[in-house]
Ligand binder design. Structure first.
Ligand SMILES: Cc1cc2nc3c(=O)[nH]c(=O)nc-3n(C[C@H](O)[C@H](O)[C@H](O)COP(=O)(O)O)c2cc1C
Length: 243
């Protein structure tokens, strides 16, 4: 079976156009293309059960950052921005991330708590199957209290605590000066003359989803999608939708 994936991005400046076309033509001569329909098997009617199942599979795969997600936020007047952050905690009813309160995303969440998180898990399973999974999660974010944030901060590795104290996210820096400040801070921490307590600008948000959509495709199979919509309380309705 010929497995064609999306690695062969076409460059319009002709860098890879001819070679890629030749490669595809050559592959066609040695293997027939095929098609099929992938299917999502639902363990139950709760999207968190399926999320946990896929998340556990992604954690067990060779993926370097299975907890990375694309976070999209928007201003009140609808100007959207996206960036990747790390999922810090998966709770029964939401997804927790951490950042700098002085950042662009925090400014946007303050004026518009609506946000979207997108996970992308593409990897090869032990049996050789190429898995392409995406989970899109839309909802409202709530800022966690300092007590709820404290234990998250304490679990951070040293370099993350140093970064939190050193970096004012999004502000212009001179690299040499930044490095000097970094080394001085690290030195003081190493000598025990400075500690790295959780600063005020360390903030965590929890996204409470109202919509969770799963996409699954494998090899040359056409993707399957299931969209869950929250219907109040812990009740969800789901619909299968076309890829
Ligand atoms: C893989 C990866 C993980 C990241 N994780 C975080 C994170 O957990 N929190 C964070 O504030 N920034 C994280 N960043 C940096 C953000 O992508 C972004 O550059 C930064 O938060 C500033 O975003 P903003 O200016 O849109 O607020 C990460 C970047 C990458 C590439």
């Amino acid at each position: 079976m010929l497995t064609r994936n999306y690695n062969g991005v076409q460059h319009t400046n002709g860098v890879n156009g001819t070679k890629a076309a030749e490669k595809v033509a050559a592959l066609k001569t040695v293997a027939a293309e095929t098609s099929g329909l992938a299917k999502i098997e639902l363990p139950d009617g709760n999207p968190f059960t399926l999320f946990r199942q896929w998340h556990v599979d992604a954690l067990a795969s060779h993926l370097v950052l299975p907890n990375a997600l694309c976070l999209s936020t928007a201003t009140k007047d609808g100007r959207v921005s996206s960036r990747h952050v790390i999922l810090r905690r998966l709770e029964d009813d939401g997804f927790v991330i951490m950042t700098d309160r002085r950042s662009k995303k925090s400014a946007e969440l303050a004026e518009n708590p609506a946000a979207c998180m997108t996970f992308l898990w593409c990897y090869r399973r032990a049996d050789g199957v190429t898995v392409n999974q995406q989970v899109r999660i839309e909802g409202e974010t709530v800022e966690l209290t300092p007590e709820q944030v404290g234990d998250l901060y304490e679990r951070e590795p040293l370099y993350c605590k140093v970064r939190t104290h050193l970096c004012h996210q999004g502000v212009e820096v001179d690299w040499d000066e930044h490095k000097k400040k970094h080394d001085e801070l690290l030195q003081k921490v190493a000598e025990g003359v400075q500690t790295l307590p959780c600063p005020d600008h360390f903030v965590a948000y929890k996204l409470y989803p109202t919509m969770i959509e799963f996409y699954y495709a494998h090899d040359s199979f056409i993707g399957d999608r299931i969209m869950f919509l929250k219907k109040g309380g812990n009740n969800w309705e789901h619909t299968r939708i076309a890829a």
